[in-house]
Design a protein around this ligand. Structure first.
Ligand code: WQD
Length: 338
């Protein structure tokens, strides 16, 4: 079975990708330092797959430790690199931690991969590289803009590093620019486990519905959008995970036409915060305690994907609706208790 190293494989998107990779016939190998994930995710993955996935508890930025993993797992043919800090707001407070962690882990990986002949890499990038777009929807040709946070800056720098290294003979790379991943595996055995107070909208909604949070504050209803609240492209996390399998297969089967390929991974639809709130109330039957509050610094008023390229080149199209994704999020939250 072809081994795929999945850094951050115990995390939210990583764990869902591990499940989809295994079910597609690959052997995922998890590397995670559990700085932003929990061991319980491993039990969830095992519960879904019915078998254990090898796990190495190391920090990707530790080059020597990473080398021992490649040495211990001969036959790794590709890497999916998720491991990174990813909270936009937190990155403004802790820029050095974000630059150190997110860039050192990538640089260590790029140093070790060629030593073991591994030349396929799928990288977890982000729509934050577009900054505040001039036109919507954004395509892969939409110019990137100065990031609005250190988090976004690390993703832009990572894309530049990967492009330069690939041009110099480094790994063939697919950059997947995510929009807003939401929801949980339909089995409710894995899902989003925000540590502390959630930054993101959907876990805050589900924790409010579960009584863990007293109310949900909608950050701004005076934007130039249909209902005044911000618009995002909310993609079901299982669909996003499946996009990684498609990207891995494309690289391993040498179908990529360029050394670095870029794909937006989104639904192609924009939904406002208030629409998400209303849809959640409909699918869950829970009335949310909502306060309409001031804008959140750094928020982009509206961004959603033109998902055409992934559909025409990768043959990838999302399947989950907003309602289905929110239903899965609520089902998952109910397994977590208070
Ligand atoms: C969405 C909307 C908030 C919480 C995320 C990831 C980032 C990147 C891009 C991958 C905004 C509003 C939120 C709340 C609210 N993804 N909101 N009340 O900011 O789009 O960024 O997607 O790389 O890593 O963080 O997502 O869920 O934080 O916010 O009104 O309690 O919900 O203002 O308009 P965001 P988010």
């Amino acid at each position: 079975m072809k081994k795929i190293l999945v850094t951050g494989g115990a995390g939210y998107i990583g764990s869902h990708a591990v499940v989809e990779l295994r079910q597609a016939g690959y052997q995922p190998i998890i590397v995670d330092d559990f700085s932003n994930s929990q061991e319980s995710a491993l039990a969830g993955i095992e519960g879904i797959l019915g078998s254990k996935v090898p796990v190495y508890r190391i920090n990707c930025a530790d080059e020597a430790a990473l080398r021992t993993v490649f040495a211990a797992e001969p036959g790794i043919v590709g890497v999916v690199h998720f491991a990174a800090f990813k909270a936009v707001g937190e990155s403004v407070q802790k820029p050095l931690a974000y630059y150190r962690n997110n860039l050192d882990s990538l640089l260590a990986l790029l140093a070790v991969m060629p030593e073991f002949g591994v030349e396929s890499l799928v990288f977890s990038s982000s729509c934050t590289v577009y900054g505040v777009p001039d036109a919507l929807p954004v395509t892969e040709a939409t110019p990137t803009k100065k990031a609005t946070s250190p988090y976004g800056a690390t993703k832009q720098m990572a894309e530049d590093i990967l492009t330069d290294v690939a041009a110099a003979g480094g790994p063939r790379t697919i950059l997947l620019r995510y929009f807003n991943p939401i929801g949980a595996h339909p089995s409710a055995k894995i899902g989003e486990l925000p540590l502390g107070v959630p930054n993101n909208l959907v876990p805050f909604i589900t924790q409010t519905a579960a009584g863990i949070r007293e109310k949900l504050t909608v950050y701004g209803t005076d934007y130039d959008t249909p209902d005044g609240s911000c618009v995002r492209d909310y993609i079901y996390v299982v669909d996003l995970a499946k996009a990684h399998v498609v990207a891995v297969r494309r690289l391993l089967e040498k179908q990529a036409t360029e050394r670095v390929e870029i794909f937006n991974v989104g639904t192609g639809r924009g939904n406002s915060v208030l629409e998400v709130v209303r849809t959640f109330e409909e699918v869950s039957g829970q009335k949310l305690n909502v306060e309409l509050g001031p804008r959140r610094t750094g928020d982009v008023p509206a961004i959603y994907a033109d998902a055409t390229k992934a559909e025409t080149v990768l043959g990838f199209k999302t399947e989950g609706s907003l309602a289905e994704a929110l239903t899965s999020a609520w089902k998952w939250q109910q397994t977590l208790g208070k």
